[in-house]
Ligand binder design. Structure first.
Ligand code: ACO
Ligand code: ZN
Length: 474
């Protein structure tokens, strides 16, 4: 009996030795997307042994990378181990776009998002507001200015420690199954920060962000919620707070209604803040490469006010000049504030700016899975709001053109059309396209709008657009 147990142990040990990077096997997921997928297929991205404790870093095939995690051997179904095939490539799920990313929640809505047709996809690495650009988009970028990575002096008082374009040394990968050059780097595929503390919240990061390596070995990184400087202990944060007088983001407060404010921050004038914001954002944004030249961007930070100050809720970045007429480069609601309508508020604000500019705009592609859901929802509600309120003229059916919808909303034509198609509202009738609204879709819309409590009030926006092309300088 004892011998049998011993043999099993040896057998198990041998099998675990065979579980190396690139292998695939069913792994028990900690967050269960749904009952039957308790043991989805996962790929081993890394393994480590610390103090005799063996752990594996796994990526669940077909699921967004934010669910990747370190697991103990008891969560591996080793008897179903698949060895890496020579030409096996991990499909670029989470990496590329919403269309090929799987849900992280049981929401049916999010599951359905898989089936949504995507707006056109452009650069594989999009900008994070001072962040990633592909070489192509660099050359296309307006003003022809080259984006450069800048490295800051680690010792300078408020500078972030030298940002790490590459990351801490890790064991070299033995087998390869990554396909995209962007995602080739095994280091940037593994989350490097355990927890951050920002104001009153402790937050678990979703993705890799190039914070300095010395911060990746500690369990909690403390971030000043007002200037976004990061430090390694609570003590350091307290010391910092005695010197840091900020109670709101830097820049101009251009909007205030009730407790919600928006601050406009120039990536050139407030470099340190903008870089710290990008580092923070990268923790929750995949497929964005971090660049350190924030000069070409403006950052719109949304805050919620209480007696302690203006607390950051989320932000979006925007190129000062965009040849593609993007009105958002990157958008983020910090996790503690997500799913409360703030994402749509940020989006609404971005279109309000476009209305002030007298232009249509669109978010930079590719969108993330959650980004697509939020934009789809915003576009649908905004367009339906217009259609539902159309008044019949001279007893005739109300009429509106796609261009008029674009002018009223600042939503780009392609996005209006794809939304109408997605909502299944366009019909071809007697030689022309007409929009048919059923009473059911009107009722659904009205119910959704009743839930949308916080809205942007254009009267509270005090802002004049700048013509950056004319200024000759960002
Ligand atoms: N599961 C299901 N539905 C979701 C989820 C989720 N996890 N998150 C948002 N939604 C849906 C909501 O139900 C809502 O739709 P509805 O009103 O029709 O029900 C819609 O998306 C928007 O919800 P909000 O509460 O307004 O959005 P939120 O504050 O959660 O922010 C955002 C959305 C910004 C995309 C957020 O999820 C985030 O920051 N994600 C990480 C970063 C990211 O992916 N950003 C977008 C990248 S693309 C780009 O930058 C251009
Ligand atoms: Zn500070």
């Amino acid at each position: 009996m004892a011998d049998d147990k011993e043999n099993k142990k040896i057998g198990l040990k041998t099998t675990l030795d065979m579980v190396v990077e690139g292998c695939r096997l069913p792994v028990k997921m900690s967050i269960l997307p749904n009952e039957e997928e308790e043991w989805p297929l996962a790929e081993i991205l890394s393994r480590k042994e610390e103090k005799g404790k063996l752990e594996f870093y796994v990526h669940y095939i077909d699921f967004n990378k934010r669910l990747d995690e370190w697991v103990l051997p008891d969560r591996l179904r080793v008897e179903e181990l698949q060895f890496p095939k020579k030409d096996q490539k991990t499909p670029q799920k989470q990496n590329s776009s919403a269309a090929n990313s799987r849900p992280t929640t049981p929401d049916r809505e999010l599951q359905l998002s898989k089936k949504l047709s995507l707006p056109e996809q452009s650069s594989p690495a999009a900008k994070l507001g001072g962040q990633g650009q592909t070489p192509q988009s660099q050359t296309k970028s307006n003003a022809g200015r080259k984006r450069k990575a800048i490295f800051l002096d680690e010792d300078s008082q408020d500078a972030p420690a030298t940002p790490q374009p590459s990351a801490p040394p890790q064991q070299p990968r033995q087998t390869g199954s990554m396909s995209s050059s962007h995602d080739e780097n095994i280091i940037t595929r593994i989350k490097n920060m355990e927890t951050i503390e920002l104001g009153k919240y402790r937050i678990k990061p979703w993705y890799f962000s190039p914070y300095p390596p010395e911060l990746t070995t500690i369990s909690i990184v403390y971030i000043c919620e007002f200037c976004l400087k990061y430090v390694k202990s609570r003590k350091c944060l307290e010391r910092h707070r005695t010197k840091c007088t900020l109670r709101h983001p830097p820049g101009n407060e251009i909007y205030r209604k009730s407790t919600i404010s928006f601050f406009e921050i120039d990536g050139r004038k407030n470099k340190m803040y903008s870089q710290n914001l990008c580092l923070l954002a990268k923790l929750f944004l995949d497929h964005k490469t971090l660049y350190y030249d924030t000069d070409p961007f403006l950052f719109y930070v949304m805050t919620e006010y209480d007696i302690k100050g203006f607390h950051i809720v989320g932000f979006f970045s925007k190129e000062k000049e965009s040849t593609e007429d993007y009105n958002v480069a990157c958008i983020l609601t910090l996790p503690p504030y997500q799913r409360k309508g703030y994402g749509k508020l940020l989006i609404e604000f971005s279109y309000e700016l476009s209305k002030f500019e007298g232009k249509t705009g669109s978010p930079e592609k590719p969108l993330s899975d959650l980004g697509l859901l939020s934009y789809r929802s915003y576009w649908s509600q905004t367009i339906l709001e217009i259609l539902v309120n159309l008044k019949p003229e001279n007893g005739e059916r109300p009429q509106i053109t796609i261009n008029e919808i674009c002018e009223l909303t600042s939503i780009r034509k392609e996005d209006v059309i794809s939304t109408l198609q997605h909502l299944n509202l366009i019909n071809y009738y007697k030689g022309q396209y007409i929009i048919t609204l059923s009473q059911e879709s009107i009722d659904t819309h009205n119910r959704a709008m009743a839930k949308r409590k916080i809205r942007i009030d254009a009267k509270c926006l005090h802002w004049t657009p700048k013509d950056w092309a004319k200024r000759g300088k960002w």
